[in-house]
Design a protein around this ligand. Sequence first.
Ligand SMILES: *Cc1c(COP(=O)(O)O)cnc(C)c1O
Length: 304
Amino acid sequence: MIFKLENSVNQKLTLPNTYGVSVCVKREDRIHPFISGNKYRKLKYNLQEAQQFGLDTLLTFGGAYSNHIAAVASAGKEYGVKTVGVIRGEELYSKIKDNPTLSFAKEQGMQFKFVSRSDYRDKESITFIDNLKQEFGEFYLVPEGGTNTLAVKGCEEILTEADNVFDYICCAVGTGGTISGLINASGEHQKILGFPALKGDFLSDNISKFVAKKNWELITNFHFGGYAKINKELVDFINDFKSLQNIPLDPVYTGKLMFGVYKLIEKGYFKKNANVLVIHTGGLQGISGMNKILKQKKLPLIND
Ligand SMILES: *Cc1c(COP(=O)(O)O)cnc(C)c1O
């Protein structure tokens, strides 16, 4: 199986030179025509492994707006693999057409199983998995968010040799798979900064499972109240950033990441003349779903 991804380019930001730092954005959001970013990196070696095991179905888990669900569905279509998405929330069963992520995944051929929140919490249990096997046959299981050892290996390929010039590498953190790959691929002279998109003390432990190096740190105060939480300040930032830099950001991960990077620059966190690389992990498919929520809350929308 040839898993084809476009190379991403580093795009330099226009910043007032008073800050004394230079920031580039690695456009991983551009590596695939439909699905942007790290979820494809994470799937690469998992798809190859599924094929080696002779399994023609991928099964995975996610919430209603999950970038991972969209990516698995798209990869399944592209590589002729059946996909099953176990989705948190029974009530979504009748609302697929109102949900851009689920509609997209369905169009790509994904089958769904909608489960209650309590069943979803139990999704790793042997009984639950056995029941899924009864229902869907044998499958290759990709964990929620796509993170496992093979996913980390895929994310190690985000950095290239040319990226050795950077002093800091910044990325958004959900489960910690992506930052783990970046840490493993980094040089000792580089510092990797992770910006969690959610509250949670478990993240450092998750990352430590996959990495041996110590040149990393989590910047934990830019989650905006928790996973997928949003406010007007963040929406305005994302819209201003796009019109100034011509780079779209997603509201769940990369918007919060870039907001945090800007705040660190303003505070003088980075050393003088630092070369900073920010990884754009994609997630842009989530904008239309978030805009529906913003509309209900009578908040400004994200321009797309
Ligand atoms: C899933 C996701 C992340 C988080 O990646 P992890 O490997 O789970 O930490 C970051 N950015 C985007 C856009 C994502 O979709």
